[in-house]
Design a protein around this ligand. Structure first.
Ligand SMILES: *[C@@H]1O[C@H](CO)[C@@H](O)[C@H](O)[C@H]1NC(C)=O
Ligand SMILES: *[C@@H]1O[C@H](CO)[C@@H](O)[C@H](O)[C@H]1NC(C)=O
Ligand SMILES: *[C@@H]1O[C@H](CO)[C@@H](O)[C@H](O)[C@H]1NC(C)=O
Ligand SMILES: *[C@@H]1O[C@H](CO)[C@@H](O)[C@H](O)[C@H]1NC(C)=O
Length: 504
């Protein structure tokens, strides 16, 4: 086809305009809470939590009622979040990583940061990594697609804390945390900035870092991905001056309030730098509340049990998607999980998906079209998945079938004996069946004796389970590679006696 000169210029101008303006790559802010229960936010029904900023996101964004993590404990869920793959594939199971763990999220897994990086995204993580440290910090975020890391490489209770201050001026941390290992470090990229970390000052450092990162990226017109996995709401709770004693919900409430303030400050930074209309903010959490901390733990609301279990309280989480002008305010009951975040962000950015088996679905139809999502089922793996037992439970549509159930030390202390550590592994044959739309608390199992129709439901779920398990290839377990105390991070590597000498 012949095209004249002005025509070409016209097309060029259009391309240029498209590239400069409305079609700028979207920014992503991923907020990930720790041990936060379904009932902990004001917007999810808690009467005395103070979460005004998260509630505002919920009111002006899309709030999920049926959103799930993939594991009732931390590291596996984080692996699934960042890879869009079940932890069983990447090998981040059973349980979690420790300061001296030899393993980590394998470097050949493609993280969300690595998916976005080729498109020119600036990437940063502030907060809790917990996907390995390894020899010479080989598993740190800077080796997994993140340009910047300011945070703690694992859980902030994985180091002695009884002599540390968690709330100013000098309220000591509650409990002892893990003893016999180094105190918890604050890392900047791959160097130790401070050991032990100062809990009351931590959030201010994160807010400053996040704000600078957003401002700088916006100014240089670089698209960005900010991942903020918060420590708050995990034991031991902590907070700075502005949060301490601020709420009616005690220490847990103060800690949650500080997380909420950070969310507010991040939103403020987006607004101040004029990028809020071009940024998708997504909030959710890694697993259910640690009920063993009693009134200092989180709250699963009307859901059964909490952390460590495959009941709803262990794996169903608050989730909010916020994007002013793009996502209509509302509530969705569509099924979605943390696995769906990577495919969704990739789709919105136009990024190439990693060429491996993914387990997530693009959530765009739910986010932008109020439509049904692609996900039809949710699969529940226990803390210690194995090929022998396979899935503990499967949800298809409104029905959930439990093939195995077990309580957990982390969910003990509530009156429900099913949650207790003394509720040992139990096989259910036929599976325990619940209708989660009518009975979200999993109180009333549905019996084939009462209604033969449930036989078809169980067969249908069994079919979905079988197909899923046939496609599941377990990766080599990373947490089973064991620990070596020499791998624990120490800011004075040659000091003695360890671990107590590792302070600076
Ligand atoms: C990563 O490498 C391991 C060991 O070679 C292999 O088993 C696994 O399949 C690889 N994973 C991916 C996502 O390529
Ligand atoms: C971390 O590494 C990035 C990328 O090399 C660099 O820009 C940044 O300044 C580093 N941060 C710190 C605190 O050293
Ligand atoms: C952002 O979106 C809001 C709501 O749609 C609109 O009122 C505002 O003008 C937009 N701001 C910018 C900077 O585009
Ligand atoms: C299932 O429900 C029936 C009553 O409908 C009850 O008798 C039975 O104990 C329940 N099974 C379990 C395992 O809770």
């Amino acid at each position: 086809m012949h095209m004249d000169y002005p025509g070409i210029i016209f097309i060029f101008t259009l391309l240029l305009l498209a590239g400069l303006d409305g079609d700028a790559l979207p920014n992503f802010v991923l907020l990930f809470a720790d041990d936060l229960g379904y009932g902990d936010l004001g917007s999810y029904g808690h009467p005395s939590s103070q979460t005004p900023n998260l509630d505002k996101l919920a009111a002006n964004g899309l709030r999920f009622t049926d959103f799930y993590c993939t594991s009732p404990v931390c590291s596996p869920s984080r692996a699934a979040l960042l890879t869009g793959r079940y932890q069983t594939r990447s090998g981040v199971y059973p349980g979690v990583f420790y300061p001296g763990s030899r393993g980590g999220l394998p470097l050949n897994e493609t993280t969300l940061a690595e998916v976005l990086k080729p498109l020119g995204y600036a990437t940063a993580i502030i907060g809790k990594w917990h996907l390995g440290l390894g020899a010479n910090g080989m598993y740190l975020p800077i080796h997994q697609g993140f340009d910047h890391f300011l945070g703690v490489p694992y859980s902030h209770d994985q180091g002695p804390c009884s002599s540390l201050t968690c709330f100013p001026p000098d309220t000591k941390c509650y409990g002892t945390c893990d003893v016999g290992v180094v105190t918890v470090p604050l890392m900047s990229n791959d160097t130790i900035a401070k050991q032990p970390v100062s809990f009351p000052d931590l959030e201010r450092a994160y807010v400053d870092y996040a704000t600078n990162f957003i401002m700088k990226s916006a100014k240089s017109k670089e698209p960005f991905f900010l991942y903020y996995p918060s420590h708050h709401t995990h034991y031991p709770q902590f907070g700075g001056t502005e949060a301490t004693g601020h709420t009616q919900r005690g220490r847990f409430g103060d800690s949650l309030y500080e997380l909420d303030r950070t969310v507010g400050k991040i939103i403020q930074a987006l607004e101040d730098s004029g990028v809020h209309n071009n940024t998708l903010v997504f909030f959710t959490a890694d697993n259910g509340p640690e009920l063993m901390r009693m009134s200092r733990g989180g709250n699963a609301g009307l859901l059964k049990c909490g952390k460590g279990t495959t009941y709803e309280g262990g794996m169903r989480e608050p989730a909010i998607a916020y994007w002013p002008g793009r996502i209509q305010p509302g509530v969705t009951c569509e099924l979605a999980t943390i696995l769906d975040i990577l495919p969704t962000f990739a789709k919105l950015a136009g990024a190439k998906l990693p060429s491996v088996q993914l387990d997530g679905f693009d959530m765009s139809p739910i986010l932008f079209d109020n439509g049904p999502g692609a996900r039809k089922a949710v699969f529940y793996y226990p803390v210690d998945p194995s090929e022998k037992y396979g899935l503990f439970a499967v949800r298809v549509g409104k029905y959930k079938a439990h093939y195995y159930s077990r309580g957990s030390a982390q969910s003990s202390t509530t009156p429900d004996q099913d949650c207790s550590v003394l509720a040992f592994l139990k096989q259910h044959d036929p599976p325990l069946l619940f209708n989660l739309e009518i009975d979200p608390s999993e109180n009333y199992n549905l019996s084939v004796v009462d209604d033969p129709e449930y036989k078809d439901v169980l067969e249908m779920i069994q079919g979905v389970k079988k197909e899923f398990e046939m496609g599941m290839v377990f990766g080599e377990s990373q947490t089973s590679k064991g620990r070596d105390s020499a791998l624990e991070p120490c800011c004075t590597p040659d000091c003695s006696p360890k671990p107590s000498c590792c302070t600076c």
